[in-house]
Design a protein around this ligand. Sequence first.
Ligand SMILES: Cc1cc2nc3c(=O)[nH]c(=O)nc-3n(C[C@H](O)[C@H](O)[C@H](O)COP(=O)(O)O)c2cc1C
Length: 213
Amino acid sequence: MSGYTSITAGDLDTATAYRLICGIVVPRPVAWITTVDAQGRVNAAPFSSYNYVAHSPPMVAINIGTRRGELKDTARNIRDTGFFCVNVATEASMETMHQCGADYPPEVSEPDALGIELLPGLSTPVPRIAASPIHMECQLDQFVALGRGLNTLYIGAVLTFHLSPSVYDGRNVDSVQLRPIARLGGPLYAGLGEIFHRPALQRPPGEPGENAQ
Ligand SMILES: Cc1cc2nc3c(=O)[nH]c(=O)nc-3n(C[C@H](O)[C@H](O)[C@H](O)COP(=O)(O)O)c2cc1C
């Protein structure tokens, strides 16, 4: 088919490559990550280069870029303490979550500055964000520097899930009630929009008769 713009990725400058990949890989869920620094100060920041990468045990991965050649507070805290908490960002908390993306100095705690209510961690020293209906307390499993070293992938094993009854019936997470917020390219966010249902074609992993992985 003609009319496509074909771009050799290796020729791109960093800004163009970032704009393209962030515009293409959409929608992205937002991990609103809390960490603590060596002094116990609580940090909160959003990350949308994020997904689950294993289910047994459950593992999530977040790509954290560098800022002016330095580690971001979240990355430094994860390396220093070995723990982080993923708070699921929702439509209701979008505004505050977005504000956490500002460039606060390391000594400023975003939850303090923005009045974010916290709940104590159960299996880690990292507090959870009360406005979020789902928290995953995680322990760092490994981190992997990628490409030219501007990005590092942090992989964590989930130690404890915390699920609000508003979104969890004891078996399933209700995506509609959760109202997760998604990040698009540039300054854009999106809600879920229309939901489509199709019967599953294979059994989920671990269920009787399972043939999928
Ligand atoms: C919705 C959203 C998603 C973001 N996703 C990422 C990401 O995936 N990786 C990253 O390095 N920065 C991401 N950022 C930028 C960080 O949140 C920002 O650099 C923040 O200041 C880091 O805070 P910290 O220094 O307290 O860790 C995102 C910002 C927003 C608002």
